[in-house]
Write a protein that binds this ligand. Sequence first.
Ligand code: HEC
Length: 135
Amino acid sequence: MGKVRCVGAASAILMGALLGALLLGGCAPKAATPSGPVEPVAKVTWENTIGPLLSQRCGGCHGSSGGLSLTTYEGALKGGRRGPAIQPGKGEESLLVRALRGTEPGLRRMPANQPPLSDEEIALISGWIDAGAPK
Ligand code: HEC
């Protein structure tokens, strides 16, 4: 385990000259580096992002009253009349994304009768499916 003891130095130096100067004295394993921006690398999941978004924008019509349900993860995976709404790994090919973009033949752009989701929101959903649609 001794080999990793200096591993923090490179990234800490990137955090700025102030911290870099602190580290010049050596690379003590417990270098005091409490500050610095925390990168927003949180993984997008159904529970932290996608579920709340779809419940809010789609749940009024796609609740639990039969047909496609978008208020639960299982419901979204199962889909409705046309089959699974989500194919993990294939964002743009998934029915959910085609519905959001209005590219599914014979289906109105979703949410029906409401303003479409923003490109950013659709890209977020598509990317989440590409990443395997983690719950
Ligand atoms: C105002 C009501 C309404 C809202 C809000 C709505 N939908 Fe729909 N949706 C419908 C209706 C009605 C159908 C069935 C239309 C059809 O099959 O031709 C449908 C069908 C679908 C289907 C096809 C289901 C299947 O398997 O046949 C998908 C996918 C879908 N909606 C996605 C969404 C998404 C995603 C949202 C939220 C962004 C959403 N809808 C919001 C009314 C709505």
